[in-house]
Design a protein around this ligand. Structure first.
Ligand code: BAL
Ligand code: ZN
Length: 888
């Protein structure tokens, strides 16, 4: 059993203080000379030095310049008879590897003739033998040697200290990174690249060189990334007092990348998807993603790099915190309160759709897991997004200023160290000794140790005589794999109360002498608690869990009148939106659970409320768009014990069609008022206008397709042809494809013709077709056909994700077929991908996480497909772990 357990953590037996690496870069055979200064860790028991290694050819091992005795055991290089005592010794290891054969995209690999590395979590061992664990931190000096014509740019972490020409047309560059770092933050890049460079003077008066490296031809698409980086640097100085600590900060883009991006010290390597953005090729969402990911990786420089993780169980220490930071950055960049709320809603939608599903499935794990077989499988929405919610709750409990004090203390205590989630929580609490967080810290930390999404049930009881309203809250946490029984959590519940007319009511709890606030945060700590509010002349409408103050499912049975009040009047925009979602969800679930036809008419009152939202001149377009976005099919599936994906789809489509029909006049008005957004700017306000115009066009095209009217599909087609930006163009194309209008084929062909050299746009083209509504089972054959397209390749993760994951993960009604063919396709692709790139394959393997909840005949077919994958001898441990858990 190759399970790694958190409880088995032991400090490393040796430290590696300095590393000097020399690379002779050759795609077929790269030579790596690794000279390390090693010393025993006096705090660890005496034992041999076991260095991690994978797919390496070992040529030589020297200790203090002499041949050393070593053996290879399970891929590890084991050295005994090392010099006694505490004195450092020099260990020199010479190996070779084959970057052009490395389809795993972990370690050193080539992509379109350029060398890249990816070392997190355990890729460095594919470059050289090393103590490849995050608590071993070293100072790196790296010399790169390569053919000058083929690889004119040679980059590594830190500062360039030397460069020059060598014989035979080769050249070299020597880099030194003054900061100690774990091996997962090492990086090199070598190839034909060009850079957009800018010097900035930071607040400390020091000059820094910022550079974005891309392939020639992509330079014009880097301005937004550069501006995002400059904004991120300024934001971290202002909000957290954290400055850029390097003379030089580089971002390099590659099209072949497993992740979104990687925060290597001073040399971030990015998936092109999160760097390149131009008006012609990127949507507003792409622009926003670039800003957020550039921010995220930059913020890691302090939360991840300066203070890193002691072991991989602590991954959320850096990821949860850095996601929280990038979310706050994006909100601050968005500007208005309304735009901040829109960002919060989008983040919560992701959490509730994807993370809640993870928490309810076979891969459920705590924010700080207890065990894993393959750490790459634990780069999850739980570690990232739920981890960020845990940090956000701390922020709520200590307040903005208190959180800043906590962060300051965290850096004061731990800068330069590899630490744990406990260390972080302790610092935030210690800096705020009088806070609820400090008082409740041991219980609060259950958020790190207990998996599963808590369910909070809320009921309110009004006493007319006493003029009180009593809120009863209960919490339960469902069992998850390996955790049958759970203890109550600390759940901050931000709330307000509204009068039936919509006015905010003062909140006075029984026993309090005065009512001050119109909003406050209750802290639920027990399985059941009651809170009695006094001086209420009428039964109030509760607005609970404002801003989504805790990552929980809130069950409360508000009637249509209460939802209407909240949707119209709540001062908390999140809960205004939430009222619309609760209402839509209730309508959809009632239809699903009732034995009615799919065409049940939508209540007039709901339509009228939505009409009011769309006509409200005080609301932003982006917010209106989110209110009019129905809960996703996968989120609806989460609410059910037994899932029939086809039926969920049909019922949701029916509601969508009714909204298209009943609000047709408003959609037309919206189109008229929003379709011309002027000169392109990717800011939150104009993006919102484009999003709402796109929704209007989709609704009008859908309705016209039903009635046979040609005008709106014609307008959509025209927009595909002449839009001045990708957002408008792609929204128009989607409107035709999602309506399955006959013009869609022509529009798709034209779109492909226009963008045939643009890889990221082609990804959109593939994905859109994979996510089109199924008509008589035609999407699977379409996906198979597209796999034969000359632009398709399984080897490129972005392309594989766009077509295959688009089908399996984002088109439930087409994937879950009664004949099981979707699952057979899934199994084939998991196995084909596994032979190339296990990390990507393991992600695809998770598409059947929720198979046990499926209705028949889906469930039996899904199990058969899972069993077929499980029966393969040659599965990677990545995929094996996922499949075993699914079948456990
Ligand atoms: N550390 C892996 C990529 C990221 O989360 O930034
Ligand atoms: Zn990260």
């Amino acid at each position: 059993d190759a399970t790694v357990r958190r409880e088995d953590y032991a400090p490393p037996p040796f430290w590696i203080d300095d590393v000097a690496l020399t690379f002779d870069l050759d795609p077929a055979k790269t030579r790596v000379l690794n000279r390390m200064r090693v010393r025993r860790n006096p705090a660890a028991p005496e034992q041999p030095l076991r260095l991690d290694g994978e797919d390496l050819n070992l040529a030589r091992v020297l200790v203090n310049g002499q041949g050393a005795s070593f053996k290879l055991e399970d891929g590890k290089l084991v050295l005994s008879n090392l010099p006694e005592g505490q004195e450092p010794f020099e260990l020199e290891i010479f190996t070779t590897c084959q970057p052009d054969k490395n389809t795993l995209l972990s370690g050193l690999y080539t992509s379109q003739g350029t060398f890249f590395t990816q070392c997190e979590a355990e890729g460095f061992r594919r470059i050289t033998y090393f103590l490849d664990r995050p608590d071993v931190m070293s100072v790196y000096t790296v010399t790169l040697r390569a053919d000058k014509a083929a690889y004119p740019v040679l980059l590594s972490n830190g500062n360039l200290i030397e460069q020059g020409d060598l014989e035979d047309g080769r050249h070299y560059a020597k880099w030194h990174d003054p900061f100690r770092k774990p091996s997962y933050l090492f990086a090199l890049v070598a190839g034909k690249l060009v850079a957009r460079s800018q010097k900035i003077i930071a607040r400390d008066g020091k000059e820094h060189l910022l550079q974005i490296y891309v392939r020639p031809g992509d330079l014009e698409k880097t301005e937004h990334a550069l501006q995002s980086l400059i904004a991120a640097i300024a934001w971290d100085e202002t909000r957290f007092g954290l400055h850029l600590d390097l003379e030089r900060f580089m971002i390099v883009a590659t099209s072949d990348f497993n992740m979104g991006a990687m925060e290597n010290k001073g040399l971030n390597i990015f998936n092109t998807k999160f760097v390149l953005a131009s008006q012609a090729t990127a949507t507003d969402q792409d622009f926003a993603n670039v800003e957020s990911v550039v921010g995220h990786e930059y913020f890691h420089n302090w939360t991840g790099n300066r203070i890193t993780c002691r072991d991989w169980f602590q991954l959320s220490l850096k990821e949860g915190l850095t996601v929280f930071r990038d979310q706050e950055f994006s909100m601050d960049m968005a500007g208005s309160d309304s735009a901040r709320a829109v960002k919060r809603i989008e983040d919560v939608r992701l959490l509730r759709t994807v993370q809640f599903a993870e928490d309810a499935g076979p891969m459920a794990h705590p924010v700080r897991p207890d065990s894993y077989k393959e750490i790459n499988n634990f780069y999850t929405v739980t570690i990232y997004e739920k981890g960020a919610e845990v940090v956000r709750m701390m922020h709520t409990l200590v307040g903005e200023a208190g959180f800043r004090k906590g962060m300051d203390l965290y850096f004061e205590r731990h800068d330069g160290q590899a630490v744990t989630c406990d260390d972080f929580a302790q610092a935030i609490a210690d800096a705020n000794p009088d806070s609820e967080l400090a008082r409740l810290l041991p219980q609060f930390k259950r958020w790190y140790s207990q998996a599963g999404t808590p369910r909070v049930q809320a009921t309110g009881l009004y006493d007319e005589t006493a003029q009180t309203w009593t809120l009863r809250l209960t919490q339960t946490i469902p069992p998850t794999p390996g955790q049958a029984d759970k203890q109550p959590m600390v759940i901050p519940i931000k709330l307000g109360l509204l009068a039936p007319g919509g006015q905010a009511l003062p909140l006075q709890l029984q026993g309090e002498t005065e009512a001050a606030a119109l909003e406050r945060t209750l802290v639920l700590t027990q399985a059941e608690q009651t809170f009695t509010f006094v001086n209420l002349a009428q039964p109030p409408v509760p607005s609970l869990l404002r801003g989504f103050s805790a990552p929980v499912v809130l069950d409360q049975q508000l009637d249509g009148t209460a939802l209407e009040v909240l949707l119209e009047h709540d001062s908390d925009p999140f809960n205004r939106w939430e009222a619309s979602q609760q209402w839509a969800q209730r309508i959809l679930l009632q239809t699903l659970q009732a034995d009615t036809t799919d065409a049940t008419p939508v209540p007039e009152r709901f339509i009228a409320a939505l009409r009011k939202v769309l006509q409200d001149p005080t609301l932003d377009a982006a917010f209106k768009n989110l209110v009019l976005t129905l809960p996703s099919e996968s989120y609806l599936a989460e609410q059910l014990e037994c899932v029939d994906p086809q039926r969920i789809h049909a019922i949701r489509q029916n509601l969508q069609a009714q909204l298209a029909q009943a609000l047709q006049d408003i959609w037309q008005l919206i189109w008229q008022e929003h379709s011309d957004t002027g000169a392109y700017q990717p800011d939150a306000f104009s993006s919102g206008r484009r999003a709402l115009a796109g929704k209007a066009l989709a609704m009008l095209t859908l309705e016209a397709t039903r009635t046979g009217d040609a005008i709106w599909p014609g307008k959509a087609y025209q927009r595909c042809k002449d839009a001045s930006n990708m957002t408008d163009r792609f929204n128009a194309l989607s409107a035709l494809v999602q309506a399955r209008h006959p013009l869609a084929e022509q529009a798709l062909a034209r779109f492909h013709q226009m963008f045939k050299g643009e890889a990221l746009v082609l990804d959109k083209w593939f994905q859109l077709q994979a996510t089109a509504p199924d008509l008589d089972g035609d999407i699977l054959p379409k996906v198979r056909q597209l796999m034969q397209h000359p632009d398709f390749t399984l080897k490129n993760p972005n392309r594989a994700r766009s077509l295959i994951f688009g089908y399996t993960n984002a088109n439930p009604a087409a994937f879950h077929r009664t004949d099981g063919a979707g699952y057979q396709f899934w199994a084939d692709q998991v196995m084909a991908l596994d032979a190339l790139n296990p990390q990507v394959a393991a992600r695809l393997a998770r598409a059947l996480d929720a198979w046990r909840k499926l209705a028949e005949p889906y469930k039996a077919h899904a199990e058969a497909a899972l069993q077929r994958v499980a029966a393969q001898d040659k599965l990677s441990k990545d995929v094996r772990e996922i499949i075993e858990k699914a079948l456990a």
